[in-house]
Design a protein around this ligand. Structure first.
Ligand code: ADP
Ligand code: MG
Length: 277
């Protein structure tokens, strides 16, 4: 169930900009925005988002670094520099024929993230293990998946964790990546798989035509990732079963059958039994 929205700010000069799954964004009119979080978002997530946005900016990634916290009667908020421009999702709706180019830019931005050190971040393998164990899969499948996950390589690389078209903004200064609350230290192929899943099965329209576009876009994105040789197609196959199984814990409904097939196929490739429905 959607958690309650934070109270509508009473400050008169705040202008509503957008809302995401975890927060509402307001323009403060002074070159800064307030990201006011829903009550369900943990303090830990907010603190991580602040720290990682600053870290990403420090290591030279194009982002809006948090300028500070603003906790008041409207709720818990982060102050960010205002980014002028649409999300990549909104931009693509206006420029559909430039989708190929935009996805190449998106993959290039992801490649830059996958060259950045993770700093003091939590381990992605640990996050996946927790999500699998608290997720809805049958116990025997969880156990084999966790045993398999423990054999996979760790990497001290920055992974975004939620790299999708709504978390990238198209500004005059180029693409900027936002919303770092799900970041972790891990293998870049795992983060690429996560983006592939978000593209195909994440929130958003899921009518037949859009789904064809989403599947094409995910394939194109993966092709772009693989040309940069940070990791291989077999690295992606290696991470796919555990990233997909972990996603079951938080995944919203939508394209359920297709996602199920995707998950079972990924698990079959590493000899984990399918989940029957
Ligand atoms: N610094 C910013 N400047 C302008 N708009 C922003 C900024 N950060 C986020 N937004 C807008 O708010 C939306 C939601 O922000 P986001 O950080 O992704 O929140 P959520 O965690 O809820 O997904 C974005 O898709 C974008 O449209
Ligand atoms: Mg977001």
């Amino acid at each position: 169930m959607e958690s309650p929205a934070p109270a509508k700010p009473t400050t008169p000069d705040l202008r509503f900009i957008a809302q995401g799954a975890s927060a509402m964004l307001y323009d403060r009119g002074d070159g800064h925005v307030l990201k006011i979080f829903r009550n369900s978002v943990s303090d830990e997530m907010i603190a991580r988002e602040v720290a990682v946005s600053v870290h990403a900016n420090t290591v030279g990634l194009p982002t809006a670094p948090a300028l500070g916290r603003h906790d008041g009667e409207e709720g818990r908020a982060i102050v960010y520099p205002y980014l002028e421009g649409p999300t990549l999702m909104a931009w693509l709706r206006r420029h559909p024929v430039r989708a190929g180019w935009a996805l190449e830019q998106m993959a290039d931005l992801h490649r830059r993230i996958s060259e950045a050190p993770a700093g003091q971040l939590r381990s992605l393998k640990q996050v996946l293990e927790t999500d699998i164990s608290y997720g809805p899969a049958p116990m025997a499948i969880k156990q084999s998946a966790i045993a398999y996950l423990r054999t996979l390589p760790d990497a001290p690389i920055l992974t975004h964790g939620d790299f999708h078209l709504g978390n990238i903004m198209m500004t005059d200064a180029g693409l900027k990546v936002i919303d770092w609350s799900k970041a972790a230290a891990g293998h870049p192929a795992a983060d690429a798989v996560r983006s592939e899943m978000l593209m195909r099965f994440g929130e958003g329209p899921d009518d037949a035509i859009t789904n064809l576009w989403r599947d094409w876009a995910a394939r194109h994105l993966a092709r772009c990732y693989l040309t940069s040789s940070t990791f291989s197609a077999s690295d992606m196959s290696m991470w796919r079963p555990v990233v997909a199984l972990a996603w079951l814990r938080a995944r919203q409904a939508g394209r359920a059958k297709s996602f199920h097939r995707y998950l079972n196929k990924a698990m079959a490739q590493v000899n984990i039994s399918p989940i029957l429905i």
